[in-house]
Design a protein around this ligand. Structure first.
Ligand code: T46
Length: 146
């Protein structure tokens, strides 16, 4: 597995090189001890999204997530308050780890794509920062930015 930090902290692109390709399909594995933390408390899927739609527009205070795209292509834009990057997930051998205090949007590049998310915490609206100005003041005051 290749591990690339996208921003200086809290966003990591995983590219799997463990793919078992057979006539009956492809099985892709992401594995490295402790890379996903010790626990996953929630799994959710986002599908039936029209091409061109952008969701997200928030950051999380505590939550860690693994994001995988199933079928097609979705561009995840990440922002730590100082730097922004776009990562297009368009293959089942890519996964994005996002930690706290990262503003993100997800833009669907086709109609078929679904997002699979493994999250460290159960749903809690209090964990969301949905106002960009509040996000900027949090990351700048707490010196999370780079
Ligand atoms: C994230 C990105 C990648 C729940 O009630 N339970 C849940 O587990 C989730 C994920 C959402 N909701 C409710 C909250 C909202 O009323 O579903 C509604 C839509 O959620 P939201 O607008 O936050 O959806 P996205 O696609 O903007 O963001 C979601 C996750 O919420 C977020 O944590 O990082 O996917």
């Amino acid at each position: 597995m290749t591990i690339v930090d996208i921003l200086k902290s809290n966003v990591t692109l995983l590219t799997s090189d463990k793919e078992i390709i057979a006539k009956n399909g492809t099985l892709t594995v992401f594995e490295q001890k402790n890379i996903f933390g010790s626990m996953i408390n929630r799994v959710y899927l986002i599908g039936n999204v029209m091409c061109g739609t952008t969701r997200g527009f928030h950051a999380h205070r505590k939550l860690h997530q693994v994001i995988i795209v199933i079928n097609g292509s979705i561009t995840i834009s990440v922002d730590d308050g100082s730097n922004k990057k776009d990562v297009t997930l368009d293959s089942q051998n890519k996964a994005l780890l996002i930690g706290p205090n990262i503003w993100r949007t997800m833009t669907w590049n086709d109609n078929l794509a679904s997002l699979l998310v493994l999250a460290s915490e159960v749903y809690d609206e209090e964990d969301y920062i949905r106002d960009y100005e509040e996000f900027l003041s949090i990351v700048k005051n707490e010196d999370y930015s780079i």
